[in-house]
Design a protein around this ligand. Structure first.
Ligand code: SF4
Length: 365
């Protein structure tokens, strides 16, 4: 299959790994941002193919993992109301809130529907005028345009029974936070290809300049990631710190301009709390004032809450690349996909779930 088979070719993967091994002269710590990339690394054992001098750590790029506990609790409170139909991507249902999760609300009779696109949520609202339909709009820049389109469409149609609980986050402010941390040990980043397909990679240039850190926009197949790592190692070994684009078959410098226009029309940038990490200035998107009737936080007036993560869960350190999932004492014992203590064990893109699925043999005994 074009654009798939060649990017899973073992021979090319081996050649790239050999090239990295030939070029490298010292240890480097690299971070892939996106959870989809983490899963490819684990699934294909790319970290084991690379020379030991390359250490891969995993970033905060799983949207389910970074959705704040308070927002999950808010979703549960809204979904529990008898006149509400709550619509969500499937991953969010098992994410633990502080006391419950959406699956339990559904099991108790709550009207919770799983969809694959926000347009389906609008369709449900259109078909159910007697219900208040709320869509859980989470994710990075990747899902923001389609979710924005749902609010835009609802406004255009004058739907009175549709709103969105918005928890969108932006990647560059999170990278800036990691790089500013005195504990940071990441020396090069694989930027998320899907995010950059939407927004391009212009914004990453200031990060590369300010922190003298190389950034390579990478794809999601094994050869994509090995090529991105090879490009990072080439930069690091020669003292360069530039933004390069490995995923050129999907990503352009400017990104998808119509998608950016709809985001601009519907959202404004806001400060956002990231689960496990805390507040990051300018790292979120919220609905603009013109879309207030479609903003579930305003419609339901639930107010602000502040809740603590379970003390056992070290997801904050996992999401910042300071520790790996197998360093967590609960990994594979108290915390499994069937009984998750933290979001990174739930999500299809979570680092803990990736280690559990592909690397259980690495569990400490
Ligand atoms: S293994 Fe579970 S408890 Fe540990 S960091 Fe991952 S999600 Fe949290």
């Amino acid at each position: 299959m074009k654009y798939l088979d060649e990017y899973r070719d073992q021979r090319i993967a081996r050649l790239l790994a050999d090239e990295i091994a030939r070029r490298i002269t010292r240890d480097w710590v690299l971070m892939e941002i996106c959870g989809g990339q983490t899963h490819t690394i684990m699934r294909y054992g790319l970290d084991e193919l690379l020379p030991p001098a390359v250490q891969l750590v995993h970033g905060p790029g799983c949207p389910v993992c970074v959705t704040p506990l308070e927002t999950v609790d808010m979703a549960i409170a809204i979904a529990s109301q008898p006149d509400v139909t709550f619509v969500s991507y499937g991953d969010m249902l098992r994410v633990p809130g502080s006391r419950s999760d959406l699956f339990r609300v559904k099991a108790a009779g709550g009207d919770i529907r799983i969809v694959y696109s926000p347009a389906e949520a609008v369709k449900i609202a259109r078909a159910s005028p007697g219900r208040r339909v709320v869509f859980f709009a989470i994710g990075f820049e990747t899902t923001a345009p389609a979710n924005a389109m749902a609010a835009w469409q609802a406004k255009r149609e004058g739907l009175k029974n549709f709103s969105m609980l918005v928890s969108h986050v932006l990647v560059p402010p999170a990278i800036r936070l990691l790089l500013r941390s005195p504990r940071n040990r990441v020396q090069g980043f694989i930027a998320p290809g899907h995010v950059c397909t939407v927004v391009g990679y212009r914004e990453y240039e200031s990060l590369a300049r300010e922190f003298h850190v190389p950034i390579v926009v990478g794809g999601f197949e094994p050869v994509d990631l090995l090529e991105a790592i090879s490009m990072l190692v080439a930069q690091l070994e020669t003292g360069r710190a530039e933004v390069e684009n490995q995923y050129a078959r999907s990503v352009s410098y400017e990104g998808n301009l119509p998608a950016q226009r709809i985001m601009e029309e519907v959202y404004e940038v806001c400060d956002r709390k990231w689960r496990g990490i805390g507040p990051i200035p300018g790292s979120g998107l919220r609905l603009r004032a013109e879309f207030a009737p479609f903003d579930a936080e305003k419609v339901f007036e639930l107010g602000e809450t502040c809740v603590e993560e379970p003390a056992e869960c070290i997801s904050a350190e996992v999401l910042q690349g300071l520790k790996k999932p197998v360093d967590c004492p609960a990994f594979g014992r108290r915390c499994t996909p069937d009984n998750p203590l933290g979001a990174p064990m739930v999500s299809a893109e979570g680092a803990c779930a990736a280690y559990y699925q592909y690397r259980r043999h690495a569990m400490p005994s």
